[in-house]
Design a binder for this molecule. Structure first.
Ligand SMILES: Cc1ncc(COP(=O)(O)O)c(C=O)c1O
Length: 395
């Protein structure tokens, strides 16, 4: 009954664990979530207020497919000041989250038989979006010894006549890597030489630490700019994941195709949420700095606590709000007659034993590791990591 494409989509590797978390919570057990992919902060008040005003002003009609002009103008201004990028409002398309923007980008570039390079570990949806449009994901692992920087040698050898795009994410979910100008320039030159597009997901751009600098690939040269689709959104920096607003920026021809697709799938993003997003960009920015300052403090504390756990290995993340932790030293061990063979088994063990939820590496196409999020309070982080240390000592 179902189409080949529908049956080809993998359910998230976390579904089983999520069901178990819900079950344990139903039993009254306090599970601490270090598996979270969204800020633990509420949306800043000025942003919520703009949405309330939009409702009161009955701003509830259909809006232009690529988004309201004021918001696209504000996005262009943000690109100019933050990223040194010049886009015109008609080169921007506002979507229902960065996720839809990634989908639109892959859809307009790729079809059956095309290939999309995906550096791994990667965000859960990239591979499935590529498969949804009938294209083939080509995975190129990044190495822990190189702090999960892009593996340019691997990317070079993965390029074929069918390569249409590469999907990159900097700062990176799940590794926290922030790609350097040198790396991005080398990737950009490959894209220009071989004629493929870089889809650059920059949704964590505000979360960078220890002097790391976020660079937009498209800013590196006019040729590279023509080979980029830049994606960003409001979910992380402005703590607005439920509002569902993201956007893409690309040369006019590409954005025109994106608008056409979106016009037949969802039309414009939510009108009220667009007014909220406009306030996010044009209102005061101090809450962003406060949230990022707090993430930085938590990041240092997580690193300290992880260092106290024998056998785990990690690179200090330069961005986002995650640690990517190699737990392979614990695989093959047993507890209570149960063998822990994979990171999924280990994540289940930590859930049962430490009452802490983490995401197994399998979800990101790289087994042997787990992702720990610090989008949680300092107190919860300390409690959970202490419990994780005690649980691992049992193995
Ligand atoms: C790398 C990456 N891109 C995109 C998204 C989705 O963002 P949005 O909420 O804007 O759809 C996420 C959310 O977790 C993410 O981690």
């Amino acid at each position: 009954m179902l189409s080949e494409k529908a049956t080809n989509i993998s359910p998230a590797a976390t579904i089983e664990i999520s069901a178990r978390i819900a079950e344990l919570r139903r039993q009254g057990i306090n599970i601490i979530s270090l598996n979270i992919g969204e800020p633990d902060y509420p949306t800043p008040e000025n942003i919520s207020q703009a949405a309330k005003s939009a409702i009161d002003a009955h701003f509830t009609k259909y809006q232009p497919v690529p988004g309201i002009l004021e918001l696209r103008e504000a996005i262009c201004k943000k690109f100019k000041t933050d990223n040194g990028l010049t886009y015109r409002p008609n080169e921007i398309c506002v979507s229902a989250g960065a996720k839809q923007a990634v989908f639109n980008a892959v859809f307009v570039l790729c079809g059956e038989g095309d290939e999309v390079i995906i550096p791994t570990p990667c965000w859960v949806s990239y591979s499935e979006i590529v498969k949804l449009v009938g294209a083939t994901p080509v995975y190129v692992p990044c190495a822990p010894e190189e702090n999960f920087d892009l593996n340019l040698t691997g990317i070079r050898s993965a390029i074929s006549s069918r390569t249409k795009a590469i999907l990159i994410n900097t700062p990176n979910n799940p590794t926290g890597a922030v790609y350097s100008e040198q790396t991005l320039r080398a990737l950009g030159e490959l894209a220009v030489e071989h004629g493929f597009t870089i889809i650059s997901d920059e949704i964590y751009e505000k979360m960078v630490y220890d002097g790391a600098e976020h660079i937009s690939t498209a800013s590196l040269s006019p040729e590279i700019y023509r080979h980029c689709i830049t994606i960003n959104g409001f979910s992380k920096a402005y703590a607005m994941p439920g509002w569902r607003i993201g956007y893409s920026a690309a040369p006019l021809e590409v954005t025109t195709a994106i608008k056409a697709v979106q016009g037949h799938v969802t039309s414009a993003a939510n009108s009220i949420a667009q007014k909220a997003a406009l306030e996010a960009l044009s209102g005061p920015q101090d809450t962003v700095a406060v949230m990022c300052g707090e993430y930085a403090r938590r990041r240092s504390r997580v690193a300290q606590l992880l260092q106290e756990i024998p056998g785990v290995r990690f690179s200090m993340p330069s961005g986002a709000f995650y640690f990517w932790v190699d737990v392979s030293a614990y695989l093959g061990k047993s507890h209570g007659g149960k063998k822990i063979n994979t990171a999924v088994d280990l994540a289940n063990f930590l859930l049962e034993q430490a009452h802490a939820a983490v995401v197994p590496g399998e979800a990101f196409h790289m087994p042997g590791s787990i992702r720990i999020s610090y989008a949680n309070s300092m107190k919860n982080i300390e409690l959970a990591l202490t419990a994780i240390k005690e649980a691992l000592a049992l193995l």
